[in-house]
Design a protein around this ligand. Structure first.
Ligand code: AAE
Length: 658
């Protein structure tokens, strides 16, 4: 960890500061709500957490949120979990996402790009028309507020239309990307029991067509609650028997009817895999996402009607939901459906160029891959529209900051680099970009407004310039309203609140510096997080251990200093089994087909055994720490391990890799 880095890599110029929406917000909030007019972002941030209710009231007024029924208070009960935001209010998320259609009907709401890299626009008026038509179609199918509507869809305009139509009806959206295998999708959708399933017949990725019709058939068989299947013929096939055609539901010219729902009415279910059990089914609210995303996209990302917002993502990651919320600020969003590196590593830069992206977001891993591959984005592409490159998924290493900065500086451009961090759990960022602050190499610029972000030691004392647990001590509107399938709330509680009661513990190691910046060091628990896609080790165990040759397995992920991620799978073989090419192939194939290509480990290593706690839990975090170089006596508590001698192997491996 380094906090001795006082020289900024980049400083916003006075014009950028003056024009930033956050500057306008601060001046407006000072005039109307007593926010500090002086002291810049640090003063505004302090006010936003000290005067939480006033801050959020100011956000709703500044962005013109339309409450169809007024709220009684900004925050009723503020305890976590269970804080009550804007009790009494009603509104609709989709209505806000389509507001720009009234003033700029002919301009582009969406720019859709596939692997041909040719942008295809969808205007605001057309988006609104399709949403109106589909919402009416869903109602005609009997979909009611609170019903779940699912999508097994790539990042295409139809996915955005389906989400917005679902929200317009007050139903609850949930999606998986079509590279997920049937088991992964069912582990998610079976929990929430959707009544409608939108599917494609397949998708194109890396120059190839991937037919998913068999998987769709399996989903239909295994999801008995689905009453209607809507077929989107991306590969041009006929609708399977009993399925409805997308076109039949979206050709009408019906004004959208936006169901006015309570502020905390569920908007969508996102999934986050843990180390045991099924993925957590995280429910976020219409109002909570609306206000959090207006703050995040409007103030932190500085997006407005003149912007084009491209984030490389899939519908299986919360960044897709975040991208769709770009519509809330009247921004054109860029949907790319394809491989991040097709036909070559520079593909995403080409898309940023062709779509005129002003904010381009990607994974830190992609930036590092471009650096390694010798890509020269600003030399080889016209990226003059790009004002900000944002990264997430994992912390952007210092070399990534320097590389991005130099690539743009060499072509005379003034690039703001926003490394951001949050997660599925809040569908937003705890810390990240602020357009008016300097950027320090390897550091996030600041905690987000309305987020009392702290680093705590194990006794719950805040620490500065030292590594601690990432905690948030005040409620955020986009925190889950609950988990699906968790009637007594115990899983929700245990996921974030069991270490420090009443305080959100996220599971990341961070340093808050005395300069107010934030350094993220990686997961403090054992969740796998590959390029921002969280994966549960439990999913991998389930698949691998179905093979008779595998007695037990252990998977961990290690963030590396070059920004990479090493995900080894350790296998303890059954007597007589041999880890030869054929078994290696079968393990990889099982993981790829039943989970997804992203779940396939970097290495498969035979081990003499898997160590457990005395209560039988595989000790993923201690093994991860050992492999990160922590000495054995610090990495594990010997009294809590069933067979300490098994750790010799992992210690030895750590030594060899050092
Ligand atoms: C905003 C994020 O933190 C996204 C992620 O990495 O999950």
């Amino acid at each position: 960890m380094s906090t001795a880095n006082p020289q900024p890599l980049w400083q916003p110029d006075p014009e950028r500061i003056a024009q930033a929406r956050i500057t306008q917000f601060q001046a407006w909030a000072a005039e109307h709500h007593g926010a500090p007019a002086e002291g810049g972002y640090p003063a505004l941030h302090q006010w936003s957490v000290d005067q939480l209710d006033t801050f959020w009231k100011a956000v709703t007024e500044f962005f013109g949120v339309r409450f169809s029924t007024p709220y009684a208070h900004v925050l009723g009960d503020r305890s976590m979990p269970g804080a009550q935001w804007f009790p009494g209010a009603t509104l609709n998320y989709a209505e806000h996402a389509l507001r720009a259609a009234a003033e700029r009907p002919a301009e582009s709401a969406l720019l859709y790009v596939d692997e041909t890299h040719e942008p295809q626009p969808v205007s605001w008026a057309e988006l609104r028309r399709q949403v109106g038509s589909l919402a009416a179609g869903l109602r005609a199918l009997g979909v009611r507020p609170g019903d779940r509507v699912s999508g097994y869809l790539p990042n295409i305009p139809q996915a955005v239309v389906a989400l917005l139509a679902t929200a317009a009806v007050g139903a609850v959206w949930t999606s998986c990307a079509p590279d997920f295998g049937a088991r992964s999708v069912l582990d998610r959708f079976q929990q929430v029991e959707p009544v409608v399933l939108f599917t494609v017949d397949g998708y194109r990725y890396g120059g190839k067509e991937h037919d998913r019709r068999e998987i769709v058939a399996e989903l239909r068989r295994e999801l008995p609650t689905v009453r209607a299947v809507v077929h989107i013929p991306l590969l041009g096939t006929e609708a399977p028997e009993g399925a409805l055609e997308w076109s039949a539901l979206t050709t009408g010219d019906t004004e959208p009817v936006f169901e006015q729902v309570p502020f905390d009415h569920p908007l969508w279910v996102l999934y986050s895999s843990g180390t045991t059990g099924l993925p957590k089914a995280i429910v976020q609210s219409q109002g909570g996402i609306l206000v959090e995303h207006l703050k995040q996209l409007g103030l932190h990302c500085d997006l407005g009607p003149e912007d084009r917002f491209f984030w490389y993502t899939s519908t299986g990651w919360m960044m897709w939901n975040f991208l769709v919320s770009g519509l809330l600020t009247g921004t054109t969003i860029v949907l790319y459906d394809g491989s991040p590196g097709y036909p070559d590593t520079g593909a995403q830069w080409r898309i940023a160029e062709r779509t005129g992206a002003t904010l381009y977001g990607t994974s830190a891993a992609y930036v590092m891959a471009c650096r390694k591959a010798g890509v020269h984005p600003a030399r080889d592409h016209d990226l003059s529209a790009v004002k900000c490159v944002a990264t997430t998924g994992s912390p952007l290493p210092p070399d990534g900051f320097r590389w991005l900065h130099d690539q743009f500086a060499d072509s005379g451009a003034d690039l703001w680099i926003a490394s951001v961090s949050g997660g599925t759990d809040v569908c937003s960022c705890f810390a990240g970009g602020v357009p008016t602050l300097p950027v320090h190499t390897g550091e996030l610029q600041a905690p987000g407004l309305g987020t009392d972000l702290q680093a705590w030691d194990p006794s719950g004392n805040p620490v500065i310039d030292e590594v601690g647990e990432l905690v948030v001590t005040n409620p955020m509107p986009s925190m889950p309203i609950r988990f699906w399938n968790d009637p007594d709330g115990s899983r929700y509680h245990d996921s974030y609140f069991d270490t420090y009661p009443g305080v959100w513990r996220h599971g990341d190691w961070i340093t808050l510096t005395s300069r107010g910046t934030v350094i993220i060091h990686g997961r403090s628990d054992s969740t796998l997080n590959r390029q921002g896609v969280r994966m549960g080790s439990a999913d991998i165990y389930e698949v691998v251990e179905r093979l008779p040759e595998i007695k037990e397995s252990l998977v961990i992920g290690i963030e590396q200093s070059d920004g990479g991620y090493w995900m080894p799978l350790f296998v303890h073989l059954a007597p007589g089994a041999v880890l030869d090419e054929s078994l290696l192939d079968r393990i990889k194939r099982a993981i790829r087909e039943q989970l997804s290509p992203r779940h396939v480990p970097d290495e498969i290593i035979e081990v003499p055994g898997v160590p457990h706690t005395l209560t039988g839990k595989r000790i993923e975090v201690p093994v991860k720490r050992l492999l990160q170089g922590t000495p054995l006596e610090k990495a594990v508590n010997p009294g809590s391990i069933d067979d300490l001698s098994l750790l010799d192997f992992y210690e030895d491996l750590a030594r060899k890799r050092a």
